[in-house]
Design a binder for this molecule. Sequence first.
Ligand SMILES: C[S@@+](CC[C@H](N)C(=O)[O-])C[C@H]1O[C@@H](n2cnc3c(N)ncnc32)[C@H](O)[C@@H]1O
Length: 333
Amino acid sequence: MDPSLSRFIAQYFQLVDPWDLQYPAAEILKSPTTQKILFKQMFDEEKIDPVPPQTYRTRVLKTLISQLEQSLSDPDEDEIDSDLLNAYSSLMTQARPSELDTVQQLSHVKYTAPTVENRSIITTESRGLILSSGTTGFRTWEAALCLATFLSTPAGHDHIRGNRVVELGAGTGLLSMYCAKYLGATHVLATDGNAALMETLKSTSFARNGLDGSLKIRAEVWEWGEPLELDQGEPTCFDVALGADVTYDTDIIPLLATAICELFTKHRLKEFILSATIRNEDTFEAFLHESERRSLKLERVPFSSPPFEDQNGFFHKPAADIRIYRITSGLGS
Ligand SMILES: C[S@@+](CC[C@H](N)C(=O)[O-])C[C@H]1O[C@@H](n2cnc3c(N)ncnc32)[C@H](O)[C@@H]1O
């Protein structure tokens, strides 16, 4: 399959904003084979899983059909695939959900890894709401996608392979599930202070990724500042901790620093990999000061995501700078 076609399909299942989707060139789009692939892999609802939300499907198919119309140069020879047209008319006749329902709806989002074919993780998200059930964690943030991209490189993978991993503020659990399913972690503990998030992970997302009943991954509520409570038989020591977009508010920074220190002192943590979106320099400065005060050593990881146009998976277009840091304890563990 043409790489521009597989990228477009992967972006569609990740629910990339419709105006950012990279449609294949007209020459590729108008081929009958391409159109058959597009129908089968994106719009044949009976066979596709997960099916993107109705409003998203309608918007993408509408633009696709209009691009196809423009790409057909010879009306006697070229035509739009009838299955695609039928799928569009069927979508147009379906009752539209209200805007409120669309915004609150939980959807399954499929994220494709950039490096190896056929690696994907399905999350459960409410994209329309920045804050839902009292947490910002019901969507996957750009810092997590940037860190997932780094972990897909050989240097990033080395931090996970053969190691026990704990994630703080895991949200939808993309990173935890990626480490458990594909990156060779021996055990992963996904944690977040929000109970609804951890319940969704356990009741829905693990099963969606073939991880239900797996001894490799668990999800627990952990509110920073409280002791980490582990079930009997669970590993109590961790090699690496992950945290993406957890330094966004000065109020939570002291608690986050307490949690990181607890991992180093009580759970023999060796390193913490932080992916931070720098929306406000002062907020991040507060995290740097708090870390220094607690003798945490930060070293910047020399990685930045490729530009959006060159990405092949874990698509993200950050509005702000994202930095990855490796944090160790200056006091020893
Ligand atoms: C911006 S979201 C990031 C979620 C995920 N890491 C990502 O990048 O997609 C921040 C997450 O931190 C969690 N969080 C915020 N304060 C917390 C606290 N005091 N204890 C534990 N988790 C907390 C939230 O529930 C939320 O899931």
